[in-house]
Design a binder for this molecule. Structure first.
Ligand code: HEM
Length: 176
């Protein structure tokens, strides 16, 4: 049982490190670097890296949820999630905070993956005979989607970091 809990804890910590590490890399290193190269190249790199990041980010979010739930289950604390007792002590409040920030991260990731990225990836098919207006409209949509992606990436950066801080504080009695 102890070995199982250790494995779940390691999965949880590795997934948290992967998620927070990659959003920090994306926001503070990749984003400014893309500004320094020609836009046509930047779009291709942003599309490729974005696709990879979609897989790693979602895998980390799913693993965080499953390893978190299983840790609660195997320590007999799963019931806390549906009880007000969760909020009566510091560690419980920080656990709730971690869950809330996870939920916000999942929401902003969904907006990026299913709302904004398809607009960024949109290709004009030659067979549809696009007009200049079509090409310009797609370009304007892509620029707007890219600006919104930046904003939601910042949301992800803040919420996943706050989830990490709340999680790390649990073993020390919680944040408040
Ligand atoms: C972005 C999402 C999340 C991040 C960054 C995160 C991060 C962390 C961190 C850093 C720890 C401390 C690890 C340790 O010292 O063992 C932790 C502990 C934990 N997390 Fe999360 N977590 C997230 C989401 C979740 C979710 C969704 C759940 C539950 C469904 C969950 C349940 C737990 C549990 C049960 C612990 C162990 C608490 C204890 O020490 O008793 N976490 N988390």
């Amino acid at each position: 049982m102890l070995a199982l809990l250790l494995v779940l804890r390691l999965i949880h910590i590795l997934a948290a490190a992967t998620l927070v590490g990659s959003v920090i890399f994306n926001y503070f290193l990749l984003r400014p670097a893309l500004r320094l190269i020609p836009p046509a190249h930047a779009v291709v790199i942003a599309q490729r890296v974005g696709s990879l990041f979609t897989y790693t980010g979602w895998t980390a979010l799913v693993l965080l949820f499953l390893s978190g739930l299983l840790q609660l289950y195997y320590t007999g604390r799963l019931w806390l999630l549906i009880s007000l007792d969760l909020y009566t002590h510091g560690p419980g409040r920080s656990l709730a905070l971690m869950l809330l920030f996870w939920l916000i991260t999942v929401t902003s990731s969904s907006i990026m993956t299913f709302g904004l990225r398809p607009k960024l990836m949109k290709k004009l098919t030659v067979s549809s005979n696009p007009t200049l207006a079509d090409v310009e409209k797609r370009r304007a949509d892509q620029i707007s989607a890219s600006a919104w992606l930046d904003r939601w990436q910042l949301v992800n950066l803040i919420t996943s970091t706050l989830a990490l801080i709340a999680g790390a504080s649990i073993a020390f009695g919680g944040l408040f």
